[in-house]
Design a protein around this ligand. Structure first.
Ligand code: ZN
Length: 498
């Protein structure tokens, strides 16, 4: 058995045995070392090499992951409800998490290290169980004992919620976009009245009028505050927009409670960010009053903000308008349940991070994912320029199809022609917004591309390069996530690990 590399932070002793991670020619393995009998009694499944003492070499299998979580409970995902600032660091490749941990450890923040949506898993050919398994071993590798979350992101049905819970997520993000009536704010006044009559029964209507009409909802007045009021028409529009989504939320909430024996263990996020129009503070307030009325507690809400939060690039829009509305969202969140404002497509929004960090100190969750994939492409550009060139050209060829899945405003004409660039200039593509989006949205196509004989075009070479240069990848990620947390103004961790 030859070890190509050992992961020193992972080595720890428990019950007289030593555990640690190593890399062999067959990939990463767990080793268990100690006296013969205790090693044989140890629950991990593996191959024993007996000398005077015993060395057991174990696969990072699903079964062994369960043992890991039992023996080292900090490797099991946990609720991060009590932490006011959290960051989701989606790891699409299952390779990025050690870099994420190295960055977040320096700050007073907790990470959701396992965070994937069903859409992402479809593109990468993974499932929630594998995503959590990869995160758990990375947590063990880095000896990160502060606790991390696992988020089933953008779940749209009870079945998807069930699958995620079965896999062991500690957080559910329920995506309501398919349950919202997106035309409710476009109806004429007559149609609003008609639809309201059709869809809402009289008793419910009475309750709604009582809850909302002839009331002022003040926030922080007179200290630079604001207030929100509903007239009958705006109330009816909000009801039409949300009522099916609220029923669905209640159904899922009860399902989660029934599965988790109380809400304590699962963080519950609602996402309404993938809608064609921004969530106004009035929409937000309406939705939360309704949830509170029904006794539904959430831990975070992802509105769609004004301006544009496109994947992997900076914020686009008016900064002053953003500040004003974000402040209102943050105030509503504080006063109506003290939940976090969740920022989706949260990577690389450096122009708005300082104000977000300042206004949402009491509750903020930032989701990133694609940006870590882009750092992987940066590594490929740095280390393996010819592979980068092939992947870049392929991405261009497939862009049109990929762009159907994402909201981006990429202009391929603004991307420099790759033939004109020297190898050492290739990483500059990762600084150019159009090229970033090109690479961002084509990740699934790149990972799954096949030649005419059905062989993977890039996958093997890509993963070989990534694992050979994993420390370089983690350094890039550490720097990049650190930049996000610094920009948000998150406080440093006074007890830095050495
Ligand atoms: Zn989202």
């Amino acid at each position: 058995m030859d070890f190509h590399k050992i992961y020193p932070r992972s080595f720890s002793s428990l019950n007289g045995l030593t555990y640690g991670l190593v890399r062999t020619s067959n990939g990463k393995k767990l080793v268990v070392m100690g006296e013969n009998d205790p090693v044989l009694a140890d629950p991990f499944k593996g191959e024993c090499h007996r000398h005077t003492s015993t060395l057991k070499v174990c696969d990072l299998s699903a079964e062994n992951t369960e043992c890991l979580m039992t023996l080292f409970p900090y490797t099991k995902p946990t609720s991060l409800r009590k932490h006011s600032i959290t960051i989701g660091t989606g790891d699409r490749l299952g390779l990025a998490t050690p870099g994420h941990i190295r960055a977040i450890q320096k700050f007073q923040v907790r990470p959701v290290l396992a965070q994937q949506s069903v859409r992402e898993n479809t593109q990468t050919g993974r499932n929630f169980t594998e995503v959590i398994k990869d995160a758990a071993w990375a947590v063990f590798q880095e000896n990160y004992q502060d606790g991390y979350g696992a988020d089933g992101d953008h779940l749209k049905s009870i079945q998807e919620v069930r699958n995620a819970l079965d896999a062991g997520v500690s957080m559910v993000t329920l995506d309501l976009s398919e349950k919202l009536n997106l035309t409710a704010f476009q109806y004429s006044t007559e149609v609003v009245d008609l639809k309201f009559k059709e869809e809402i029964d009289e008793e419910d209507a009475k309750v709604l009028f009582h809850l909302f009409l002839n009331k002022e909802f003040p926030f922080k007045i007179p200290h630079g505050g604001f207030s929100i009021q509903f007239d009958e028409e705006s109330l009816k529009r909000n009801v039409l927009l949300f009522h099916k989504a609220i029923d669905f939320t209640e159904e899922v909430y009860k399902f989660i409670l029934s599965r988790s024996g109380g809400r304590a263990s699962i963080d519950f996020e609602i996402s309404i960010d993938e809608t064609p129009f921004p969530t106004s503070p009035e929409n937000h307030l309406f939705f939360m009053i309704e949830l509170n009325y029904r006794g539904i507690h959430i831990d975070s809400l992802a509105p769609r903000f004004i301006g544009e939060f496109q994947k992997g690039i900076n914020y686009r829009g008016d900064l002053q308008d953003f500040r004003e509305q974000f402040y209102q969202h943050a105030m509503i969140a504080q006063d109506f349940g003290n939940y976090k404002i969740s920022i989706h497509s949260g990577s690389d929004k450096f122009s708005v991070f300082p104000m977000i960090g300042e206004m949402a100190k009491k509750g903020l969750h930032l989701k990133t994912a694609g940006t870590s994939w882009l750092e992987a492409m940066r590594l490929i550009a740095l280390i393996n320029p010819s592979l980068y060139r092939e992947m870049h050209r392929f991405a261009l060829s497939i862009f049109k199809e990929a762009s159907k899945l994402y909201h981006v405003s990429t202009d391929l004409d603004r991307i420099p022609k790759i033939e004109t660039l020297q190898d050492q200039e290739l990483p500059s593509f990762l600084e150019q917004e159009d090229a970033r989006q090109l690479l961002h949205i084509t990740y699934g196509y790149l990972l799954n591309a096949k030649d005419k004989n059905g062989k993977d075009l890039f996958r093997d070479r890509f993963f070989q390069t990534m694992s050979k240069y994993e420390e370089d990848y983690w350094s890039l990620l550490e720097r990049h996530i650190e930049k996000h947390l610094n920009s948000l103004g998150v406080e440093k961790n006074p007890h830095l690990p050495c």
